[in-house]
Design a protein. Structure first.
Length: 711
């Protein structure tokens, strides 16, 4: 019986097909599982036929319905593997198939597809234009190097005709996938060795023979990033029946490399810009770890309860709802986990107070002690220095480094600060209360008294964790192979926690990986959002050196973000209602639309007006009720980790973004001033990068200064 495989290009469109067409696909595919190759060729209903003047002689079409055709790559090498690559309306199917050429990449050994006809047509035009160009994009890379990286003759000729990155982008949809990625990396300035390591080596099978084996079945087996093989009839039915979540099956090689490495000798760090699939990689790592042994519990953490609920659901999908496996994983936030530990081990339920109450207590301490500090300064000193380093007494504080703080404090001043700290903690004790970070500190202590409860800890959204939270995670698992797997993006740091991970026993040196391909947003949305961060540098996740978005890109294209000023809040809100209505008319479900603002107050107005227009809305606070229909309304902070097909960011006004009250005056502490500004800038970046297809950014009155460079 022939074997059957499905290319990602097929899945990309499958969920959009109407029911009868999908039924046609299922019927046709069943034939591939029940008929022999000869019977398939003879089957009248299937009508497997070659495509006239096709670039690839293996190209065939099959009948799906009267109007729809499947495009199939058929073996011509005696192997029995058929690959379904697309399903399109009749005429489109023939012209798509005629132009495409599939080939095995000489370096990665994977199957790639190009639009050979368009490449042949366009390359001479670009070559002519390039003759007078002062500089060519790949002038610095030799033909030999390009060949070693898998670039073949047709692509080489096209590459040699390009003068800049914009031209490479214009060729992107025509070029074979792996070769395109090689060229994109080179165009970003990565050296050939880095490109070989990050693009070629991660794909090339470990046991690849010196001479490529080109039969279709072998090449398909080498292409797990883009092709799914079907093993039996049940699997076929299940795949075609269920909504298809590409992230469960097609991992980018860089995702697969980090998630499925058999074992690491210690903590691992995976960074990458928004939407690069860090959460997906973390989930696959959990799957891998669960599969490695029959016992051993896994702790999977993220930042908010709403994200934890989402993660739990995704993990269920990835593990096919296998209850035994799911029972071995706890999915929660660090704070909730720490709270549970303190409750369980001390028998007392901790009562953490919120930010506002803390601020009031600091104010009270300042007043009672008549100190020359603001409550804001003390709160920050407590968070960053005292809790950050877990300082327990005055002596420890007097000797502590205050790295990252912008004001010097002599011993006399430190004594004053410490008196405030003692008073603040006294107030809390007297009320029987604590802080969230206080709960974490206690939980870490309690955990270290017994054997660590987990075999593995996987941490998502790690960029905002405070040292006290890291101590909990460190204490939850013994140091050793595969202890911690950490994913995060320092560009999305919105709570000002910069942590020297090494000093907390979480050294990731030699085990740091970066993801660069964005699967969420269009390149237009990404490029615009990335410009928000262009003026600043961002400290690396592990607290040493800086992080960069070099090579960060999307394969998707769409409309430019709408960036619009309004005279008044009312006009801005009315325009929002119109925009949302248009999106719904265009077919978006309300829950696929996100609206966000810096403050809850601005969202109140939006909520009222949207409701008045008959549009269902749902405020995202803590836990999002799954399945409840309604446009999601969230503050920028609550947008963390979420995604929507369309996002409207409202009220990006001067004074609001950055929120003037949250910015330490430069005179008070220049370093804190800069990091407050950076935090607010990142917050806007987070909000904008939640959008998949459509982003609008609006303000009323004067715009936020962060929008300066985005025009
Ligand atoms: N290999 C993949 N194939 C298809 N879709 C993917 C893949 N990896 C990730 N995605 C999709 O891309 C989107 C972003 O992925 P994910 O949430 O894991 O990114 P992230 O890096 O954690 O994002 P952020 O840092 O912005 O929260 C999701 O819709 C996810 O399903």
């Amino acid at each position: 019986m022939p074997r059957l495989a499905f290319a990602q290009s097929f899945w990309d469109g499958y969920d959009m097909l109407e029911k009868p067409v999908r039924a046609g696909v299922r019927k046709a595919m069943r034939k591939f599982q029940t008929l022999s190759a000869a019977e398939l060729n003879a089957d009248k209903g299937l009508h497997l036929e070659s495509v006239g003047s096709a670039r690839d002689p293996r190209m065939r079409t099959i009948r799906i319905t009267d109007f729809w055709r499947g495009v199939v790559l058929a073996p011509d090498d005696g192997s029995d593997m058929f690959l379904l690559v697309n399903v399109l309306p009749h005429d489109d199917a023939y012209s798509w198939a005629a132009k495409r050429l599939y080939s095995a990449n000489s370096a990665t050994r994977a199957l790639e597809v190009r639009n050979a006809v368009a490449l042949d047509e366009l390359t001479p035009l670009y070559e002519t234009a390039a003759r007078n160009a002062p500089q060519l994009l790949f002038a610095g890379v030799s033909d030999g190097t390009l060949h070693e990286l898998g670039i073949d003759d047709q692509v080489l000729r096209a590459a040699r005709s390009l003068v800049d990155k914009a031209q490479l982008d214009a060729f992107a949809t025509l070029l074979p996938e792996d070769q395109l990625e090689v060229l994109q990396y080179l165009a970003e300035g990565f050296g050939p060795d880095e490109v070989y390591r990050d693009v070629v080596a991660v794909r090339r099978p470990a046991d690849a023979p010196a001479e490529p084996v080109e039969d279709l079945a072998t090449v398909i087996a080498n292409t797990s990033a883009r092709i799914r093989l079907v093993t039996g009839p049940d699997e076929l039915e299940e795949m075609l029946e269920k909504p298809f979540d590409a992230w469960r099956v097609f991992l980018h090689p860089s995702q697969r490399r980090v998630a499925y490495r058999t074992s690491y000798r210690g903590p691992v760090q995976v960074t990458g810009g928004p939407g690069t699939g860090k959460t997906v990689a973390a989930l696959h790592r959990v799957k891998h770890l669960l599969g490695r042994r029959e016992d051993g519990r896994v702790l999977l953490t993220t930042y908010t309860n709403a994200l934890a609920a989402g993660l739990r659901q995704m993990l269920g999908l990835l593990l096919d709802e296998d209850e035994e496996l799911l029972a071995r994983v706890d999915v929660t936030t660090v704070d909730a986990y720490a709270n549970g530990i303190v409750r369980a081990k001390s028998g007392i339920a901790p009562k953490p107070v919120g930010d506002r109450e803390q601020r009031q207590l600091w104010e009270k301490a300042v007043k009672q002690l008549d100190l020359p500090f603001t409550s804001q300064f003390l709160a920050q000193e407590y968070r960053h220095v005292v809790l950050g380093q877990d300082l327990r007494d005055l002596d420890a504080y007097l000797g502590a480094s205050r790295r990252g703080r912008g004001t010097g404090l002599g011993s006399a001043r430190r004594c004053e600060v410490w008196s405030a700290v003692e008073r603040f903690e006294q107030f809390l004790r007297a009320r029987g209360e604590t802080t969230h970070l206080g709960v974490c500190t206690r939980a870490a202590e309690l955990l270290s008294e017994d054997a660590a409860p987990y075999a593995h800890v996987v941490v998502d959204e790690a960029q905002d964790l405070h040292p006290a939270q890291w101590r909990v995670l460190r204490a939850a698992v013994s140091s050793g192979p595969d202890d911690l797997f950490v994913t995060g993006d320092p560009h999305q740091r919105i709570y000002d926690s910069r942590v020297p991970l090494g000093s907390l026993g979480i050294a990731t040196v030699g085990r740091s990986f970066r993801l660069r391909v964005n699967y969420r947003s269009t390149e237009e949305i990404l490029a615009w959002s990335a410009r928000l961060l262009a003026p600043v540098t961002v400290e690396a996740l592990e607290g040493e050196g800086v992080d960069s978005l070099a090579g960060y890109r999307s394969l998707l294209h769409g409309r430019l973000p709408q960036v619009q000023e309004y005279a008044t809040r009312q006009e801005e809100t009315e325009a929002l209602v119109d925009r949302v209505r248009t999106l719904v008319d265009d077919g978006l479900a309300p829950h696929e639309i996100g609206v966000c603002a810096r403050f809850n107050l601005s969202l109140d107005t939006a909520e009222e007006k949207l409701k008045a227009a008959g549009i269902p809305v749902l405020r995202v606070r803590g836990q999002v009720a799954q399945g409840t229909e309604g446009v999601r309304l969230a503050t920028m902070h609550a947008m963390k980790g979420l995604e929507f097909r369309a996002v409207s960011v409202l009220g990006v006004n001067e004074g609001a973004v950055p929120f003037a009250r949250e910015i330490t005056p430069r005179e008070a502490d220049p370093l804190q001033h800069e990091s407050d500004l950076l935090r607010e800038r990142c917050l806007l970046f987070v909000a904008c990068t939640r959008a998949r297809e459509a982003l609008s950014v609006t303000w009323n009155g004067a715009p936020s200064p962060f929008l300066d460079r985005t025009a």
